[in-house]
Design a protein around this ligand. Sequence first.
Ligand code: KIV
Length: 274
Amino acid sequence: MKNTILTFAEAKRNGTKLAMLTAYDYTMAKLMDASGVNGILVGDSVGMVSLGYRDTLPVTMDDMVHHTKAVAKDVGNALLVADMPFMSYQTSVRDAIYNAGRLIKEGNAHAVKLEGGRETCPQIRAIVDAYVPVMGHVGMTPQAVNMFGGFKIQGREEASARKIMEDAKAVEDAGAFAVVLECIPAQLAEIITRSLSIPTIGIGAGKSCDGQILVYADMLGMFEELTPKFAKVYADIGGQIRKAFAEYVNEVRRGEFPSPDHAFTLPDDIVKKF
Ligand code: KIV
């Protein structure tokens, strides 16, 4: 089934849960798309997972276009959302429209995601007015990591919980078709989800959200630098990869690989001529 922003709206109306994952390259996105996932996010988490940065702040527009293009090559079912990286939209409404346009025109994304509440609503409104669907992102917004003093749960005190609620409502009013709620208490996410008419997509926000998203490398046990409590490991692919690499190295050293099964041969009569 081809997922669009209408699928997301319908899921909210029907109470059907939405499943999203992140991807950063062609091979992973193709496997993911075939799983029936509703949406694939080319997250700026690419900076940590694929580019080795400590946080998402160094990620550039060129990085995002490059990875979005690769993911978009064979995604036929999922809605493809691309993240707007740090300082690609905070600087001005004009920059926001221009950079959102690049992710659609050059990256072939269907929608963009940007972080922030009330402060980014002028950008959300302007991007939507330029016919680009926007997914919002509130709560623990990784681009504000230095303001939060680390990747820490948000909304545990009454004032910050109220602020996150107001931010989510502001993002909806600005025209976003969905909003990510990251790393907030489950009860707060439930209240926000009940009060919005657009779907909430949770990550570390409990089960009451309208949908969920996970970073693929977390759920496959491939990213060891940061192992958040909310990231359930569905398969230890990281462990299997390490085992396969070590086995390959050992077989090469022992002269066991390649075996005749993995080699090409010349007919004997030709060999004899040399
Ligand atoms: O960049 C990302 O992967 C994200 C998700 C965690 C929602 O923004």
